[in-house]
Design a protein around this ligand. Structure first.
Ligand code: BGC
Length: 228
C-alpha cells in the first residue's frame, strides 16, 4: 500500500511473480493473492506494459497476444471487488517521478524512459501526461529503439557498457530531435548502476536518473487511482 501524502510504502510489501506470457486468468489470480493482504477497500492501481485506453489493453509487445482487447480495469474490479484503474507502466513511472521524484515541479516538456524488457516512455507537458506515447518502438536508424538500448538487449547481446551507452545515445539523440524535452529521466533496473554509464551519455537535454527507482511505477499507479 502507498501513502499518497509522500509516495512511500505504508505497511508490509507483498509481491508475486507472474509468468511473462501469462493469461488474463493467471494475472487476476495473482492480483487476488496480493490484494488479499491489504485490508479495507482501497482502490488498486495497475501499471501494465501495454497501451491502455480507458482501462482496456490495446497492444501486447511482450505479452500474451490474448491480452489485446481485454478490459483489464473492469475485469480486475469485478474480480477484486475494489475500484481499479489501469495505466501504461511507463506512464505510471512518470506520474510517480513527476509527483514525488526526479521530475517533481519540473515545468516544460519532460520525457521519462524505462529501460527494462522494452523501452517505455512517458511524456509530460507542463505536468500533464500525454498518455501511451510508446516511443520505445520509434525506429532509430532502421531499428526499433527498444531493440537497440533496452536493459534486456544489453544482457541478451552481452553489450559492454560503452556499446550500450553508444546505442542509448543514438536513441536519445533521435528522441531529442523530435521532442526537444527540457528533461529526460531514465528509469529501470539498469539505472541502479548509474556510475557505469551516465558519464558516457551525451544529450542536449538535461538528463538524470529517476529517484524512485523500481518503485516509480507502483507509486505512480497508486497515485493515478486519485487522478481519474
Ligand atoms: C511496450 C510499452 C511498455 C514498454 C515498457 C514496450 O514494449 O510497448 O507499452 O511501456 O515496453 O514495459
Amino acid at each position: 500500500m502507498i501513502d499518497l501524502a509522500n509516495g512511500a510504502f505504508a505497511g508490509e510489501r507483498h509481491s508475486i511473480v507472474t509468468p511473462a506470457q501469462g493469461s488474463t486468468a493467471e494475472l487476476l489470480a495473482a492480483l487476488g493473492t496480493v490484494v488479499a493482504n491489504i485490508p479495507g477497500d482501497h482502490a488498486v492501481g495497475l501499471a501494465f506494459p501495454s497501451v491502455i485506453r480507458q482501462g482496456t489493453v490495446r497492444t501486447a509487445a511482450h505479452l500474451n497476444k490474448a491480452w489485446i482487447g481485454q478490459p483489464l480495469a473492469k475485469l480486475a474490479a469485478q474480480y477484486l471487488g475494489r475500484p481499479v484503474i489501469a495505466i501504461n507502466d511507463a506512464d505510471a513511472a512518470g506520474v510517480g517521478e513527476l509527483h514525488y521524484g526526479a521530475a517533481r515541479d519540473v515545468q516544460g516538456t519532460v520525457l521519462l524512459l524505462t529501460l527494462g524488457t522494452g523501452i517505455g516512455s512517458a511524456l509530460f507537458v507542463d505536468g500533464k501526461l500525454v498518455p501511451n506515447t510508446e516511443l520505445g518502438h520509434l525506429e532509430v536508424r532502421g531499428e526499433e529503439a527498444e531493440l537497440r538500448a533496452s536493459g534486456r538487449i544489453k544482457v541478451e547481446k552481452n553489450l559492454s557498457w560503452d556499446a550500450w551507452a553508444d546505442a542509448l545515445n543514438l536513441v536519445l539523440a533521435e528522441m531529442h530531435a523530435l521532442l526537444w524535452p527540457d528533461l529526460i529521466v531514465l528509469c529501470g533496473g539498469i539505472t541502479e548502476e548509474p556510475e557505469k554509464f551516465m558519464d558516457k551519455l551525451r544529450c542536449e537535454a538535461r538528463l538524470c536518473i529517476g529517484t524512485l527507482r523500481s518503485e516509480a511505477g507502483i507509486v505512480g499507479a497508486a497515485l493515478a487511482t486519485t487522478l481519474v
